[in-house]
Ligand binder design. Structure first.
Ligand code: SF4
Length: 404
């Protein structure tokens, strides 16, 4: 029998779809009026975990990410139960090396919840701040103020968590460069300084309040040049403060890069549980239903025979139970995706690692695409690396299009 460390790595994602209130820009699957079914939902996730135990056992679980939604808005006992369920299947010998993250929002945690998280093995907290300007927080529909964030941050510190991420946003309506400066200053001067900072650009998603406001001409967004300056400012300031820019939107004190997300960008496997959760196993990309009723009422058991038949078909996506198979990758799909994911990382794609994985040289394989992108000064290629240039960082979408 293989010991856990000899098995391939697997990340686990758990989706908790409950939020106190819907933020105006958010299109994640989350509900503000369904807290009464939280126990039923947790039970269903536990069933789903049990139904997939044959997969979980094959791997060494190295990361668990509890996201949402706002996982901290439900009772902590639900989170504890889920983690126990996973442990009962695959305890592993390296429990203390696992990175276990929970996303929380200011104002939704208590010392008791944090103690429960800690006892259950959670060792990384990701807290959504977005901006330190209270007026802007209100304008984007957040439930908290800067003061709520500070209180929550202090609680997290008192509870003894050392590995903390803070989420920030740029490109918000009416957000000025001064606002960004203030947010960055306040966050890097926290005590202790967060080990990780994620900075996301606002994107107007379909079916959000912001989309409607934009259509009705009630939303004024910063222009591209302003947003580019905001990004530039964030990058310079965080790098000067000792953070390594390691992915387009992510900065970390060296050694504290998010393992869970880094594994996804390195095309490692993960399995998702809960409504709308995605999985990537055996080169198959799947997603769970986004319909809550369907999630709660469909059997978690998957007909293995059905899977086998489907593997011979090409008319995807195909729905089986709560899962939809979106892609069964052949070698070419896998190679293209490896490039697409790898170019998100600031260190880029290692040519030697690509050769090791696919027995091909990416320079020859993607000769046409790489020559075009290098001509446009969007990427640079040196001895062992293909990476985005400064211009490429701003126009990353154009680069990714070449590998879709
Ligand atoms: S708290 Fe997060 S998941 Fe919930 S609505 Fe706001 S942005 Fe979306």
């Amino acid at each position: 029998m293989n010991t856990n460390s000899e098995k391939p790595e697997l990340g686990i994602y758990i989706h908790i779809p409950f939020c106190i209130k819907k933020c105006y820009y958010c299109d994640f699957i989350s509900y503000s009026d369904k807290f009464s079914i939280q126990k039923e939902y947790i039970q269903k996730i536990k069933e789903e975990i049990q139904a997939q135990k044959h997969i979980i056992k094959r791997y060494n679980i190295t990361t668990i990410y509890i996201g949402g939604g706002t996982p901290s808005s439900i009772e902590s006992s639900g989170i504890v139960e889920i983690l126990k369920e996973i442990k009962s299947i695959n305890a592993g010998t390296e429990e203390n090396k696992k990175e276990i993250t929970i996303e929380i929002n200011p104002g939704t945690i208590t010392m008791q919840k944090l103690k429960d998280y800690k006892e259950a093995g959670i060792n990384r907290i990701s807290i959504g701040l977005q901006t330190t300007n209270n007026e802007l927080l209100k304008n984007i529909g957040r439930i908290h103020s800067l003061e709520d964030f500070e209180k929550s941050y202090n609680l997290i510190k008192e509870a003894g968590f050392k590995n903390i991420n803070v989420d920030l946003m740029i490109g918000l309506p009416k957000q000025t460069i001064e606002d960004i400066k203030e947010s960055i200053e306040k966050v890097i001067n926290l005590n202790p300084k967060p080990k990780h900072i994620s900075v996301y650009s606002l994107i107007i998603e379909e079916n959000t309040k912001f989309e409607k406001m934009l259509e009705e001409n009630k939303l004024k967004l910063p222009d591209d040049e302003t947003e580019r300056m905001q990004y530039e400012y964030v990058k310079n300031k965080l790098e000067l403060a000792g953070y390594k820019h390691y992915e387009i939107s992510n900065f970390a004190i060296p050694g504290y890069e998010s393992k869970h997300n880094s594994n996804c960008w390195e095309q490692k496997e993960y399995i998702g549980f809960g409504i709308a959760a995605h999985s990537y196993i055996d080169k198959v990309r799947m997603s769970n239903t986004i319909n809550l009723k369907e999630y709660l009422n469909t059997s978690t058991k998957e007909p293995n025979e059905e899977y086998k038949k489907i593997y011979n078909k090409s008319n995807l996506p195909i729905k089986i139970g709560i899962k939809t198979i979106n892609e069964i990758q052949n070698k070419e799909d896998e190679e293209k995706e490896y490039m697409l994911l790898g170019l998100r990382k600031i260190d880029g794609v290692s040519i030697s690692k690509f050769k090791q994985k696919f027995y091909e040289n990416p320079i020859f394989l993607f000769k046409k695409e790489l020559a075009k992108l290098a001509d446009e000064k969007l990427i640079e290629i040196d001895l062992d690396t293909i990476r985005l240039t400064r211009k490429g960082l701003d126009l990353a979408n154009i680069v990714w299009e070449e590998f879709i």
